[in-house]
Design a protein around this ligand. Structure first.
Ligand code: UD1
Ligand code: UDP
Length: 378
């Protein structure tokens, strides 16, 4: 991904930046392209390693970003401010009619804030999720982004209530389903469990583990507890752990790799990662997106967090919240069970991108013509 290219004005500006943004943006961009709407794709550069970024562009058919701001890592203020400065320059030089932001990362809130101050409308994909835990940076980002957004595109019904209680007008909220699940369903044929097993020398049942939340990996004592229970799980079955760069140093210092049945690997590309998840007996995670993907794949998900902003994955899916004290027993219970429920949340059907594109198209038409908008979602 190269440096900043000359800016060309287009009606829609997508802002992405971190790993979970890419599988959410891909179906939205594809559906808007099918409507023949011109778009500009910005990558803020929040994530920049090949395995955290470019691999998703290669695998998910995302267009090469028109602009990469290359902001890189930093404290919250440093990173958010750098994204804002870069985006303000872009949006002032070529103001779009709408800025589309995804999820809850720093790139999301930075883009929404810049657009709102320039009086450019914002569409928030995955609006209204709430963990009610303001110690999580994502919760801060979500709440602020939603307040700044004109279109609130929600993945589950509970999000509608959260937004309405925060004073968001109902006619701005659109229940469209989950675009991350569009990406999952569109790639089902490419997930090759046997190959993933061979590539990772997995001979029997295995667990996939992913952990990167600050509350889990930023603190030495907490990293040590995690490693202790992961070793206990590895006493039972093999564990593959694609290690997010955030926790790498602390988890490794706590001895993560020092168990013969734990395979610690670099972050994986999407296809390889989901292939492993699909073939696993259970996933132990603190990822947001993985809670959703396991639900649709019917793979038991043990979420090592005190809360989740995605309760629909518990009520209508395979997710359960666990602690370091309960996770090993939860793995045992999952292994003892023969059958697993497979329910899929409402509208997680592979068509969220199309619904989002229809809402956006309608919004743009309405602003251009001044005519009232048409209802587009079911
Ligand atoms: C960010 C999001 C989080 C999301 C996660 C997805 C925020 C506040 N957090 O967390 O919601 O779940 O992405 O993965 O936006 N690093 C690299 N290479 C990279 C990117 C990061 O080595 O390509 C390292 C750097 O040391 C950096 C650290 O990871 O300081 C954290 O990166 P950052 O983007 O600040 O937050 P994440 O923990 O990745
Ligand atoms: N993912 C991946 N490789 C990995 C770990 C995760 O492709 O090694 C994918 C995962 O399937 C999901 C997305 O990355 O599509 C979730 O990103 P992450 O867990 O980093 O962020 P969160 O969802 O927690 O914000």
């Amino acid at each position: 991904m190269g440096a900043a290219a000359p800016v060309k004005p287009t009606p829609i500006l997508h802002v992405t930046g971190a790993r979970p943004n890419f599988p959410k943006a891909a179906p939205v961009i594809a559906a808007l392209t099918a409507l023949d709407l011109a778009q500009t794709l910005v990558h803020t550069g929040q994530h920049y390693d090949d395995r955290m970024s470019e691999v998703f562009f290669r695998e998910l058919g995302l267009p090469t970003p028109d602009i990469n701001l290359g902001v890189g890592s930093g404290s919250h203020a440093v990173q958010t401010a750098a994204i804002m400065v870069g985006l303000e320059e872009l949006m002032m030089a070529a103001p779009p009619e709408l800025v589309v932001v995804y999820g809850d990362v720093n790139s999301t809130v930075a883009a929404a804030l810049v657009a709102a101050k320039l009086h450019i409308p914002v569409a928030h994909v995955e609006a209204g999720l709430r963990s009610f835990d303001m110690t999580m940076p994502e919760e801060v980002n979500r709440r602020l982004t939603d307040q700044l957004s004109d279109l609130l595109l929600v993945t589950s019904r509970d999000a509608i209530g959260h937004l309405e209680r925060e004073g968001i007008q109902s006619d701005r909220i659109h229940f469209v389903g989950n675009p991350m699940i569009d990406t999952l369903l569109a790639h089902l044929d490419s997930f090759d469990v046997d190959k993933a097993r061979r590539d990772h020398q997995l001979t029997d049942q295995f667990v996939v583990a992913t952990l990167h939340r600050p509350g889990n990996v930023d603190d030495e004592a907490s990293a040590q507890s995690l490693v202790r229970v992961l070793h206990e799980i590895a006493d039972r079955l093999e564990v593959v752990f694609p290690l997010h760069p955030r926790g790498r140093a602390r988890l490794e210092a706590a001895g993560l790799s020092q168990h013969s049945r734990i395979r610690v690997v670099d972050p994986l590309g999407y296809t390889e990662f989901i292939s492993l998840v699909r073939g696993s007996a259970a996933v132990v995670t603190d990822s947001g997106g993985v809670q959703e993907e396991t639900t649709v794949l019917g793979v038991p998900c043990l979420t090592l967090r005190p809360n989740t902003e995605r309760p629909v994955t518990i009520t209508d899916g395979t997710n359960q919240l666990v602690t370091v004290d309960s996770v090993v027993a939860a793995v045992d219970a999952v292994l003892a069970r023969q059958d697993h429920d497979q329910r899929v949340p409402e509208l997680w059907d592979g068509s969220a991108g199309v619904r989002i594109a229809a809402v956006i198209n309608n919004f743009l038409q309405q602003r251009r013509t001044g005519l009232p908008s048409m209802p587009v979602e079911g």
